[in-house]
Design a binder for this molecule. Sequence first.
Ligand SMILES: *[C@@H]1O[C@H](CO)[C@@H](O)[C@H](O)[C@H]1NC(C)=O
Ligand SMILES: *[C@@H]1O[C@H](CO)[C@@H](O)[C@H](O)[C@H]1NC(C)=O
Ligand SMILES: *[C@@H]1O[C@H](CO)[C@@H](O)[C@H](O)[C@H]1NC(C)=O
Length: 209
Amino acid sequence: MADSRRGGFCGSCFSLISFAISITLSYWLFKTPTKPSCSIQAFYVPVLNHATNSATATNTTIYFDLKLENRNQLKSVYYDPITLTIYYVPNVTSVPIGSYTVPEFYQGRRKTTHRRELVDTRGADFRPVSNGSVVAFRIDLATKVRFKTWWWKTGRKNLAVRALVEVNDRGEKADEKGIKLKSGAPELERHHLRVELLVAFGVFFFVFI
Ligand SMILES: *[C@@H]1O[C@H](CO)[C@@H](O)[C@H](O)[C@H]1NC(C)=O
Ligand SMILES: *[C@@H]1O[C@H](CO)[C@@H](O)[C@H](O)[C@H]1NC(C)=O
Ligand SMILES: *[C@@H]1O[C@H](CO)[C@@H](O)[C@H](O)[C@H]1NC(C)=O
């Protein structure tokens, strides 16, 4: 009697544990992926450097360091080509002053990568930055990403973010910290899980454990 009761107790105990494991497993597998985090770590406009010499005065390139971070524990990321468009804020309504395309690439789980490149600004009309002041640039980033969990790959999801980068009279990014690119419109991210789907997969794994 006592033995069978203990067996029954342990039985439901085991069921409970495997059910919890199933739910956790499904959670990690079907959790909404976190979009990659994009930030500008460095930004240098030689032509705006006050301490100008003949080399920087005619150098119309912009140097940038773009950091891309995949924070997902279980999901790797396939990036489509990334388009960066740079606007000079005093004239943001006009055509962009430069653009750059980062070729498509793959990024593993919890990996960080940098793209350090020079952009040609097509002879943009820069106003000199007055002493001790700053001027702003807007950087728009657009791409599509696919997430891969083991064997399963999602469809392409839009990644469109932007940031304002202030540049000082030395032509450098005024803020020493990295500047995170954020989505302009408050995009409705489906962070909440679809509970029914989760429970369904939980039960599915539960049955086969
Ligand atoms: C322009 O400046 C960049 C640094 O931002 C440098 O790498 C590049 O060589 C310069 N180009 C010329 C033609 O001086
Ligand atoms: C703004 O853009 C227009 C058209 O591209 C150009 O004619 C004008 O010179 C620009 N002004 C400045 C301050 O860059
Ligand atoms: C900028 O201002 C500082 C003091 O605020 C002054 O020492 C320096 O000479 C100024 N530089 C220019 C290029 O006007």
